[in-house]
Design a protein around this ligand. Structure first.
Ligand SMILES: *[C@@H]1O[C@H](CO)[C@@H](O)[C@H](O)[C@H]1NC(C)=O
Ligand SMILES: *[C@@H]1O[C@H](CO)[C@@H](O)[C@H](O)[C@H]1NC(C)=O
Ligand SMILES: *[C@@H]1O[C@H](CO)[C@@H](O)[C@H](O)[C@H]1NC(C)=O
Ligand SMILES: *[C@@H]1O[C@H](CO)[C@@H](O)[C@H](O)[C@H]1NC(C)=O
Ligand SMILES: *[C@@H]1O[C@H](CO)[C@@H](O)[C@H](O)[C@H]1NC(C)=O
Length: 590
C-alpha cells in the first residue's frame, strides 16, 4: 500500500503518467452558491487492471445472482443511492489482488438492483487528505437533488479524516467522474478535539434537523467505549463537532460503519433519512471491529433538544444485541429508495475459506442481496425481505402439495436447480406437547445451534431443509427450527443454520449460526425462505424476522450434484403447509 500510494507524480518509477486536472464546480447549497475548486489526480496504475473479463465464471463457488466484482477483494458497500432512476453501489475494492489493500471506491450501476454494470473506480487516492487510503463512506442527496459523498481518507500521517467528493457532471446519471475539494479534510482529529486519529471513520448519510443544519455521525471509540461522534454543518463544507456524541456505549470497542435512519411506526414504507415526527422511531446500527459482528438498537431521536439518540428501555448493546443478520454480514449500510419509497439494506459477506484459497480463486467477498428493511408491528425489531425485483430471476417453479412430515423422516424436492435456487416454505405444528423445556442458559441461539446440530433429535424439531446436499448426504447445509417450552406457557423458537457438514473440505470455517424468532408457533405458521447461490445460503425465517447468511464450499454438492431435502428429525410431526422452489437465472453482474 505504501509504495503504490507514495508515487504521486509522473516522476514515479511507474511508467504510467498521472494525469492532473483542475476543475471548477458550482454547488447550490442552502441559500447561496458555493464555489469549490476541485483538484483531481488520476492514478492510472490503480485504475487499469489488465482485464476486467470474468475469468472465473466456471468456478463452482462464484455466485450467479449475488453482487461481486469481476475479480479481487471486495469489502464494505459504500454510498448506495438512487439517482435519476439509476441505483448506484460503490464498494471497497483492491484493484491489485484478492486480499485487502490498495483500497479504492469501485462503482457499479443498475436499473433494477439485480443486473449491474461496472464503471471505473469513482474515488481513489488523489490528494493529501486521502493519499494513504480512500475508505468507507456514504452518499447524501442534497435538497437540490445533487448527491455528495462523505468518506474517510487516510492522510500521509496515517490519520483518519473525513472528506467530501462531488459528481463532476451532475447531469450524468451514471455519475462516472467524481471530484474533490482542496478544502479536504472537512473533519479531522486535532490537538483539542480528543478524537483518536486511528479510530475515526465511516461517515453516515447526513440528515437535516429542524434548525436547517446538517448532521452526520462518524464511528469512533474512547478507551473501550464505542461512540458515534456527531458533527453539524450549515453548508455541508464547514463541519463543527458537537460537544457530545449522538450515542455511545461502554465496552463495545471501536464502532465501524454506523448507520442511523428513521423508520415508520405505522407503515413498512421507508423514510427519507431526514424524516422525523410522532410516528417515527430511529435505528442506530454499528459494526463492532473487535468481534466483527453488528448490532442495532431502536430508539428515539430528538434533534431539537439534546440532539442525542436514546435506545428504548431494555435495548441490549454489544454482541448480544439485535442483529440484521446472525450469520456472515458486516459493514452494512442502508439507503432510502425514493422511487419506491422503501429503505434498502446492503451488507458485506466475507469468505469462510483460507486466504490461500482466496488468492487461488482470484476473488474474495460478496454482497448479500439487497433487502427491504422496516420496523416490525411489535416495534421491537426490524424485518427484512429480499427486494421483489429478485423474483424476476425465478424460473421453473416446483410446488410440493401440503403434507405431513413425520418425526424422523425426510424427502427430496427435485425438478429445479438446487445449486442456484429460491425456496419458500412454511410449517405448521398442530401439537406442541412434545416440545422440550427450554434451558435458559442458552443466551445465544448460536450456542444452542452449535450444540444441537441438524442430526440431534429433539421433541419438536429440528425440521427444515438441507440445501446444497450431496446425494448421499455426505455434504449439506441445514436450515431448521426447534421449538421449546419456555416460561409462562410461551414457546421459544430457534432458527439454526448448520454448516458442520457443508463441505468435505476441512480447511473452511464451518461455524454454526442461530437466531431466536419472535413467532408464536401455537398461533402462527413458521415460514422460511432460503436463497441458495452456489456458495451462499441466505435464509429469512419468520417472514424476515430472523436472517442468517452462510458461506459454504461443497465439493460434491456442486452443479447437478446439488440436491435439496426437507427433513424433520424431531419426535413430533409437523405439517408442511406450503412449499415452492424455483431455479434462479443468472443475473448480469459486472
Ligand atoms: C503511508 O503510510 C505508510 C505507512 O503505512 C508510510 O510509510 C507512508 O509514508 C505514508 N504516506 C504515503 C504518502 O504513502
Ligand atoms: C487509538 O486507537 C488505536 C486503534 O484502535 C488504539 O491502538 C490506541 O490505543 C488508541 N489511543 C488512545 C489514546 O486511546
Ligand atoms: C470473515 O470470516 C472469518 C472466518 O470465516 C471471520 O473470522 C471474520 O471475523 C469474518 N468477518 C469479518 C467482518 O471480517
Ligand atoms: C480444500 O482443501 C484443499 C486441501 O486442503 C485446498 O487446497 C483447497 O483449495 C480447499 N478449499 C476449497 C474451498 O476447496
Ligand atoms: C477431514 O476431517 C475428517 C475428520 O477429521 C477426516 O476424516 C477426513 O479425512 C478429512 N478430509 C480431508 C479431505 O482431509
Amino acid at each position: 500500500m505504501a509504495t503504490s500510494f507514495s508515487s504521486t507524480s509522473s516522476s514515479s518509477s511507474s511508467a504510467i503518467a498521472s494525469l492532473v486536472c483542475v476543475c471548477l464546480l458550482s454547488l447550490l447549497l442552502g441559500h447561496g452558491i458555493l464555489r469549490v475548486e476541485a483538484s483531481h489526480k488520476v492514478y492510472r496504475h490503480l485504475q487499469s487492471s489488465e482485464s476486467l473479463a470474468d475469468s472465473s465464471a466456471d468456478q463452482p463457488y462464484r455466485t450467479a445472482y449475488h453482487f461481486q466484482p469481476p475479480k479481487n477483494w471486495m469489502n464494505d458497500p459504500n454510498g448506495p443511492m438512487i439517482y435519476k432512476g439509476l441505483y448506484h453501489l460503490f464498494y471497497q475494492w483492491n484493484p491489485k489482488g484478492a486480499v485487502w489493500g490498495n483500497i479504492v471506491w469501485a462503482h457499479s450501476t443498475s436499473k433494477d438492483l439485480v443486473n449491474w454494470i461496472p464503471h471505473e473506480p469513482a474515488i481513489y487516492p488523489s490528494q493529501p487528505a486521502d493519499m494513504n487510503g480512500t475508505w468507507s463512506g456514504s452518499a447524501t442527496i442534497l435538497p437540490n437533488g445533487t448527491p455528495v459523498i462523505l468518506y474517510t481518507g487516510i492522510n500521509p500521517a496515517n490519520q483518519q479524516v473525513q472528506n467530501i467528493a462531488f459528481p463532476k457532471k451532475a447531469s450524468d446519471p451514471y455519475l462516472i467522474e467524481w471530484v474533490k475539494t482542496p478544502k479536504n479534510p472537512l473533519m479531522a482529529p486535532t490537538a483539542s478535539n480528543m478524537i483518536n486519529a486511528s479510530s475515526f471513520r465511516d461517515p453516515t448519510t447526513a440528515w437535516v434537523g429542524p434548525d436547517g443544519r446538517w448532521r452526520v455521525i462518524i464511528g469512533s471509540k474512547r478507551g473501550r467505549r464505542g461512540m458515534a461522534i456527531l458533527y453539524r454543518s450549515k453548508d455541508f463544507i464547514h463541519w463543527v463537532k458537537a460537544q457530545h456524541p449522538l450515542h455511545s456505549a461502554p465496552n463495545t470497542g471501536m464502532w465501524e460503519c454506523p448507520d442511523f435512519f428513521p423508520v415508520s411506526t405505522v407503515s413498512p414504507l421507508g423514510l427519507d433519512t431526514s424524516s422525523n415526527g410522532p410516528r417515527v422511531k430511529h435505528v442506530l446500527k454499528v459494526s463492532l471491529d473487535d468481534t466483527r459482528k453488528e448490532y442495532y438498537t431502536i430508539g428515539t431521536y430528538d434533534p431539537s433538544k439534546k440532539d442525542v439518540y436514546t435506545p428504548d428501555a431494555g435495548s441490549v448493546e454489544g454482541d448480544l444485541g439485535l442483529r440484521f443478520d446472525y450469520g456472515k454480514f458486516y459493514a452494512s449500510k442502508t439507503f432510502f429508495d425514493s422511487a419506491k419509497n422503501r429503505r434498502i439494506l446492503w451488507g458485506w459477506i466475507n469468505e469462510s475459506s483460507s486466504v490461500e484459497d482466496d488468492i487461488k480463486k482470484g476473488w474474495s467477498g460478496l454482497q448479500a442481496v439487497p433487502r427491504v428493511i422496516w420496523l416490525d408491528k411489535s416495534g421491537k425489531q426490524l424485518v427484512q425481505w429480499p427486494v421483489m425485483e429478485l423474483e424476476k430471476l425465478r424460473t421453473g417453479r416446483v410446488d410440493v402439495p401440503s403434507k405431513l412430515l413425520r418425526g424422523g423422516s425426510k424427502f427430496e424436492v427435485s425438478g429445479f436447480t438446487a445449486s442456484q435456487a429460491d425456496v419458500e416454505l412454511s410449517f405448521e405444528v398442530k401439537n406442541l406437547d412434545k416440545a422440550e423445556k427450554f434451558d435458559p442458559s442458552w443466551v445465544k441461539a448460536q450456542d444452542l445451534c452449535t450444540q444441537k446440530t441438524a442430526t440431534v433429535k429433539g421433541g419438536i424439531g429440528p425440521f427444515g431443509i438441507m440445501a446444497l446436499a450431496s446425494k448421499g448426504l455426505e455434504e449439506y447445509t441445514a436450515i431448521f427450527f426447534r421449538i421449546f417450552k419456555g416460561t409462562n406457557n410461551k414457546y421459544v423458537v430457534a432458527m439454526c443454520s448448520d454448516q458442520t457438514k457443508s463441505s468435505l473440505n476441512n480447511s473452511t470455517d464451518k461455524a454454526n449460526y442461530g437466531a431466536f424468532l419472535d413467532v408464536d408457533p401455537a398461533k402462527e405458521k413458521l415460514s422460511l425462505r432460503t436463497l441458495i447461490d452456489r456458495s451462499i445460503v441466505e435464509s429469512f425465517g419468520g417472514e424476515g424476522k430472523g436472517c442468517i447468511t452462510a458461506r459454504v464450499y461443497p465439493t460434491k454438492a456442486i452443479g447437478d450434484g446439488a440436491h435439496l431435502y426437507a427433513f424433520n428429525y424431531g419426535a413430533g410431526d409437523v405439517l408442511i403447509s406450503s412449499f415452492s422452489a424455483w431455479s434462479m437465472k443468472k443475473a448480469q453482474i459486472n
